[in-house]
Design a protein around this ligand. Sequence first.
Ligand SMILES: O=P(O)(O)O[C@@H]1[C@@H](OP(=O)(O)O)[C@H](OP(=O)(O)O)[C@H](O)[C@H](OP(=O)(O)O)[C@H]1OP(=O)(O)O
Ligand SMILES: Nc1ncnc2c1ncn2[C@@H]1O[C@H](COP(=O)(O)OP(=O)(O)O)[C@@H](O)[C@H]1O
Length: 280
Amino acid sequence: MLKIPEHQVAGHKASDGLLGPLIDDSGRFYKPLQGDERGSREVAFYTSLSSNTRVPDHIRKFFPIFYGTQILEASDGSGLRPHLIMQDVVSGHLHPSIMDIKIGSRTWYPQAPEDYFQRCLKKDRETSSLSLGFRISGLQVHGNKESGFWKPERKAVQKLTADEVTLVLRKFVSSNSSADPNLVPDSLFASSVYGGSTGILAQLLELKAWFEDQTIYHFNSCSVLIVYEMESVLKGGSSGAEVKLIDFAHVVEGNGVIDHNFLGGICSLIKFISEILTTP
Ligand SMILES: O=P(O)(O)O[C@@H]1[C@@H](OP(=O)(O)O)[C@H](OP(=O)(O)O)[C@H](O)[C@H](OP(=O)(O)O)[C@H]1OP(=O)(O)O
Ligand SMILES: Nc1ncnc2c1ncn2[C@@H]1O[C@H](COP(=O)(O)OP(=O)(O)O)[C@@H](O)[C@H]1O
């Protein structure tokens, strides 16, 4: 049985009769293909990635597993539509804390039509993309029993200043996160989520090293999705923190050139996270 994802933090949503992704109980995520070139580009990217021998094996873990496409009943009741099937990267989590960070100071791709280019340029200027090299597209945090669950308004988190981004990145790994603007986040989970040899920082550094070299793809408007499980950190276990890349609707060929837009954005994000780990 297909259902609307409970833990989606950004993008087009299937709720309220709209067109959006669906999930099943076996850990698969079904993203409807948009009728224009966005859908076909994303399928083309996953297909290319699956067979491209120049992509190192250790980099493949950063992408959701791709299971092909399938024609399914769309969530908006418009009838049958092809869907991209991929691994649901939050399945198996009871209380996932999730952050979607759109990487790059520009989200448009060089060949984009003028109206799309103008729309992206406006959003990049009005959000933190241009100034910081990334914008937080959406997030949710599970805290302790008292603070509960925090899912800030998406439009607000996209426009944060550098200091505010640091605060949100701290709240993301705190047990007392809430909407209270005066809250001092306890950063209780910072070292287990961001730090260590398998934490978010180590994973981002591994990804960055690939971007310093790879010239196969340019990941325009692509997001880094960070996921961890608060319950297991509280019990003293591993946070299960994972970095995944998602949203390949605007990926184009790299033609032998470094993806400096993505590389710059990921360096900037790494700097923010490193500072949280080194500043008490
Ligand atoms: O529809 P909107 O205004 O919410 O914009 C979508 C964006 O939402 P946001 O800017 O974060 O509010 C949305 O961003 P997120 O993935 O939600 O970060 C996409 O940029 C989407 O474009 P595309 O499908 O990738 O071409 C954007 O969709 P299009 O405007 O390109 O259809
Ligand atoms: N493979 C996945 N597993 C789990 N959740 C996902 C996956 N891909 C996307 N999502 C969720 O859906 C949101 C939007 O995904 P995205 O691919 O960016 O869609 P859109 O093209 O509509 O912007 C993400 O922020 C995340 O919450």
